[in-house]
Design a binder for this molecule. Sequence first.
Ligand code: ADP
Ligand code: MG
Length: 742
Amino acid sequence: MSIIKLKNISKYYYNKGVIANGFTKINLEFSMGEFVAITGESGSGKSTLLNVISGLDTYEEGEMYINGKETSHYGETDFENYRRRYIGNIFQNFNLINSYTVYQNIELVLLLNGAKKSEIKDKVIELIKTVNLYKFRNTKVSKLSGGQKQRVAIARALAKDTPIIIADEPTGNLDSRSAKSIIKLLSEISKEKLVIIVTHNYEQVEDYVTRKIKMHDGKILEDKKIKDIDKNIKYNTNNYKNITKFEKLRLGIRNTFNIMPKFLLLLAVYLFIVVALMAEYSGFKEQEYIAENSGYNDYFQDTSDRRIVIKKEDKTSITEEDYQKLSNLDNVSYIVKNDILLDTSINMTDNNNFWIYGNAHNISNYNKDVDVGRLPKESNEVLVVGSKNDYYLNNMASELMKTDLYLQSIDTGEINKDLKLRIVGIKYTTSNNLYANSKIYLSDEAINTLKFEIYRKYSNIQVKFLDNYYTSDNSNNNFKVVPNNNVKSGSVYISGDLNNECKNNNCLGEKIQIEVTNLYYQDILNLTIEKTYDKKNIKNILNIDNYEDNNGCIYINPNDYNNLFNKDNYQSSIYIKDVDSVDTTISNLKDMGYNTLKVKDTLVKDNTSQMVKIFKTVVTICLVLTLFFISYFVIRIILKSRTVYFSTIRMLGATRKICKDLLIIELLNVANIAYFTFLIIIYMNYSNIINVGFIDTIIDYLKLSDYLLLYLILLGMSLLISMKFSKKLFKRSAITTIGEEV
Ligand code: ADP
Ligand code: MG
């Protein structure tokens, strides 16, 4: 019985409305043991006929019988199964995987048929020996001659172990000697199989074939038996299984790195996507952050969203014990005890060449390195953080660091000559904004001096004298409180003019009360009038020369004076680690007996920032989508070079799912490598091995969830591309796809 029977089969090609004949009304039968040569001029329909027999192409009319069974109901998967079980193809242009070795090409067929790599080594070697290529088993196919390539193709067809071998002009690209040996090989094979070949050169094969078929214009012109054949050949169809998951993974990994330029190109595209997506996304987050934290505020200069201002509900000062408890609280990054400084800008100046401006900070809260000089050690040493664009800090740094500087009040311009400071370290910020982020880090002692100045400056001082309250301020001398070393503690000296207010023009022994009130505390100092001064005795008792300029002041002991303003902290700021859990932290603080204020909530916003945010969101979404589609098309163009590979393995029996899975593995490999490389870049930037600005932004603004999201996007994109690509690949018959690409 014939293994293949064609009955009235016709094949047409439809091309832009024109119908071309592949062949018409063909009737043929083929049996095992035959070695059939099909000849005929070019365009007579030989290849089309072989493709139909191979199940690689469809036909329009007639019936095909396989093993006596009719196939008109066959669908795509039925023909897939048929090809896998019955057909081994050999092509004029070999259709080998050029980037694989001889061994790998033959092994591939067996793997695709469900074999395990470790179990088929002997079989592969044996097949390579059969076609006489043992010497070349580990040579890449691209380095072989045409004859050698065709031998590989034959070994590959044999590896599949199918009853039918179909070869379309297998010797078309070979010299006559190689051609002869290939024909001989095929003739050997035909003793156990059915071999059908197409040839232009009948003389070359006539000694070997058992039958000759001549075609002309899509019809059979001649069908002649040349030799008798053994009618009783038993055969088994290929008992294929699907490729195992493990071998699929192994093949996918091999394919990833097999063609280095392709791998590098894909990696570059993926890296581009990762970096561009992350840069764009973190840029957006930064903008959003800036918009959220923009606005103005009359009281607070440091409006960080991490800052919570606290005061005790019972209005007492915050003790060291309190600070200890606060710092043990979850989510507390650090505490600024003298938080009043945060909202105080200071100048440091030599009153001659240098003016250095910034917010005051305690050096104990500084935990980075310096760019110039070193970290402060002594109490008079200062670290400055400021813009690289600041002329004093950058160009004049060495001069600046040799100069004694004094603190100057921004409001009054008053320079405190008591405190001599030296800048010993400078850290530059990348900010272009000259003064936005400048900070001055001071020792505890300097901070206390500054705090004293601030308490004094912002206090309301009332003097109670003879049951009347008098406001004391710096605008005039009336009741201005001045420290003087000649006055002893608890005493006060008043002017002779005031003395006249008392009974008998004598105030000595009377009480004076000094009342200090500010945002943070209230303090009362009770003093006894001990002496009165006038023009004559002022030099003697107070060591002051000029009476007129000082008349009206009240003089007290310097320690008493200091005690009025040298106070503990009544207000501090807590800086939190995680902004998202600020509400929990605040409720914890309330439970501990603190009043809290989220500084960020005090910002007054303008409406434009909201509009800007919407606009930015839209722009970001558009950019990300554009990026995605560009990358998608670039990857598809790169993958086009893989069409030959996938068409080839498809002809070797790989199903659509296998092709898709192999592609997914390949793309996921690249995606993972790209992502991992990206993480390494992030880490290198993080640990200062490299220094790229926009990567800093990524580090600053992206959270773990963002990294995960990006990873999922990459995986999703790889899956999508694999699916689309394999769908496109399988939309047309394998032979059309490969025909276009070769
Ligand atoms: P042969 O292999 O004998 O040279 P083919 O089988 O390739 O001939 O072609 C037979 C006929 O079918 C020719 O007329 C050819 O133009 C036509 N043909 C083959 N392939 C296609 C195709 N993909 N699209 C349109 N016409 C085709
Ligand atoms: Mg042809």
